[in-house]
Design a protein around this ligand. Structure first.
Ligand code: UDP
Ligand code: MG
Length: 316
């Protein structure tokens, strides 16, 4: 099979028939063999009925219905697990992404050799309250992930080589950072294509402004995981040691001064009157705690399935 199109959806009943007809038109015109996997993420409207009726009319339609609303990432992950096409395309169900882009995206993967191609909604039809934070979001994501050529990490329209989606795990709300996940898994040929964007025709957006807060937190987690996920001691051990050393120096300072004063018969004060005493106390305790966190992290990562995971590209 050439192409799997994965469409995660939550309450998009009005858009689905139009979307599928459009995808089908494009696929037929280019003679692609394809499947469309609709992942119904716990919709409370008639979306599932629409998917069922589409499935009865066309052999290219597959549908999955979640028991409740889990989020876009689990929906994508579920679609990825089932996808059979050599090239996998994800697109939103709300008709904001255009199926006309599919043939070019397909070509970029199969001919130009990209692992992943992300859409770039250069001209967006979204409210300003969304487009401005989005610019900031993308700039940060570029810096942190080191993927400098992407302008639109969270674009719903993306194309992947099959290998990529079978080897990354999208979870939580990590759909915003799939290119970063792919890069961390070793798929570094990541490209971008300017795509047409349309205003939402039916229904309303499913994400509020909290997407930006959660997005930043997730980015920090991903950065941490990719740097220290398998070697937590390298970060906690280092900070712990530095702190402990600072505390130790303070102890020597406090003890040394006291001894010096005692030996030379100078007037002396209680060590607890010395501010360095408290600095020594806190930093030594914090330092040990950091170390302990490092050991615990190592114990946890030792039990992780991923502790020795690598992807082999070629072997001779
Ligand atoms: N979506 C989903 N589960 C959710 C929220 C959204 O499957 O919990 C789908 C939604 O139906 C749409 C896509 O994810 O197909 C993108 O959502 P939306 O268009 O609301 O996001 P925006 O375009 O505003 O970023
Ligand atoms: Mg949308």
């Amino acid at each position: 099979m050439d192409i799997s199109v994965i469409v995660p959806l939550y309450n998009e009943e009005e858009s689905l028939p139009e979307l599928f007809a459009w995808i089908d038109r494009v696929m037929t015109a280019h003679k692609f063999s394809y499947e469309v996997i609709f992942v119904n993420d716990g919709s409370t409207d008639r979306s599932w009925d629409v998917i069922e009726s589409l499935q009865q009319k066309s052999g290219n339609v597959k549908g999955i219905k979640f028991r409740r609303n889990y989020g876009k990432s689990p929906a994508l992950f579920c679609g990825f697990e089932r996808a059979q096409g050599n090239v996998v395309i994800t697109m939103d169900a709300d008709l904001q992404d255009s199926p006309d882009e599919i043939p070019d995206l397909y070509k970029m993967i199969t001919v130009d050799g990209f692992d992943l191609v992300s859409g770039y909604k250069q001209k967006r039809y979204d409210p300003l309250s969304k487009t401005i934070p989005t610019k900031l979001f993308n700039a940060t994501a570029r810096r942190v992930s080191g993927i400098h050529n992407l302008h639109d990490f969270n674009c719903g329209l993306k194309a992947y080589r099959k290998d990529v989606i079978k080897n990354i795990e999208v979870y939580g709300e990590m759909h915003r950072y799939i290119p970063y996940l792919a890069k961390n898994a070793g798929f570094t040929k990541i490209g971008e294509k300017v795509v047409h964007h349309q205003a939402r025709k039916y229904g309303k957006t499913k994400f509020g402004l909290d997407r930006f807060v959660n997005g930043y937190l997730d980015l920090i987690s991903l950065w941490f995981l990719s740097r220290f996920g398998l070697k937590p001691m390298h970060i906690f051990g280092l900070t712990g040691t530095l702190m402990f050393m600072l505390g130790f120096l303070a102890v020597i300072l406090v003890g040394g001064t006291k001894l010096y004063h005692l030996v030379n018969g100078l007037p002396y004060r209680l060590v607890t009157d010395n501010p360095w005493f408290y600095i020594a106390l806190t930093t030594m305790i914090l330092g040990s705690q950091f170390f302990l966190a490092g050991f615990l992290g190592e114990l946890i990562s030792r039990n992780s399935q991923e502790r020795n995971k690598y992807l082999i590209e070629k072997e001779i």
